[in-house]
Write a protein that binds this ligand. Structure first.
Ligand SMILES: [Zn+2]
Length: 215
C-alpha cells in the first residue's frame, strides 16, 4: 500500500529527501511504506487536531432495523475500520505524534472524504446519502427506509442497546454482515469512530464477506 499526498512545489526537495516518490501518471507524490507516513505529517495533518489515514481496506456493515414510520424491516449500513493511523502535527523533527491501530474492527458511522463514485454506489445500492435530519437539525450521511424512504436517524442506529450497530455481545456481533472494500491507496480521511471494549467481538463473530470492490 502507499499514500498519495499533496506537497507544495517549494517543499519538493525536502519531501524527496524524506523518501517521497513522484508518480508521473497521477502527477502526485506518494509515500511507499506505512512506517514512513508520520515523517510527512506536516503535509498530511491539517489544523490542530488529529488526521486519520485509513489503511489497506475498510468494511461496509449491513444491519437491519424497524423503520419508525412504516414499521417494516429495512436494511441499514455503516462502516467499520481496522487498520488506521491517527496522526497529529509534529512540533519538531524528532516528534511525530501518531498511533497505528490494527487490532480490532471498530464501527464508524461515516468515513469522510470517500470518492464521489463510491458515494454514488452507496446511494443507489443502500439508499445512503447526505440528507437533513429534522430530529437533530443538521445534515449528515444517513440511511433511508427501503420501503417508505424515511431517513433513519443515527441515534437509533448506534447509540441504544438495541440499535443494530451497538455491539456489546456475541449475539449483536453475529447479526452483522461485513463486506470488505479494498483501497487502492491508503486514504487520508476523517473517521467518525466509536471504540468500545467489546469491539473485538465484531471480527470474531460477524459474517465477513470479500468483495471485488477496490476504490
Ligand atoms: Zn419506512
Amino acid at each position: 500500500m502507499s499514500l498519495l499526498i499533496d506537497i507544495p512545489y517549494c517543499d519538493k526537495d525536502e519531501a524527496k529527501l524524506l523518501g517521497a516518490k513522484w508518480n508521473p501518471e497521477l502527477k502526485k507524490w506518494f509515500i511507499k511504506n506505512k512506517s514512513d507516513y508520520p515523517k510527512f505529517s506536516k503535509w498530511i495533518v491539517k489544523g490542530e487536531g488529529y488526521t486519520t489515514i485509513l489503511c489497506d481496506y475498510f468494511y461496509i456493515v449491513l444491519g437491519v432495523r424497524k423503520c419508525f414510520k412504516c414499521h417494516k424491516l429495512t436494511n441499514v449500513m455503516c462502516f467499520a475500520v481496522k487498520n488506521f493511523l491517527l496522526m497529529g502535527k509534529s512540533q519538531n523533527e524528532f516528534d511525530f505524534p501518531y498511533e497505528y491501530f490494527h487490532n480490532d474492527v471498530h464501527i464508524s458511522p461515516i468515513i469522510k472524504s470517500l470518492p464521489e463514485g463510491f458515494l454514488g454506489f452507496l446511494n443507489n445500492k443502500y439508499k445512503f446519502y447526505f440528507d437533513f435530519s429534522k430530529t437533530t437539525g443538521d445534515s449528515y450521511f444517513a440511511n433511508h427506509c427501503d420501503h417508505c424512504g424515511m431517513i433513519q436517524g443515527n441515534y437509533y442506529l448506534f447509540e441504544e442497546p438495541d440499535s443494530p450497530f451497538y455491539v456489546d455481545s456475541v449475539e449483536c456481533a453475529s447479526e452483522l454482515n461485513l463486506f470488505k472494500i479494498k483501497l487502492k491507496y491508503d486514504l487520508i480521511c476523517d473517521l467518525d469512530l466509536s471504540i468500545g471494549s467489546d469491539d473485538y467481538l465484531i471480527e470474531k463473530y460477524a459474517k465477513l464477506h470479500d468483495t471485488d470492490i477496490v476504490i
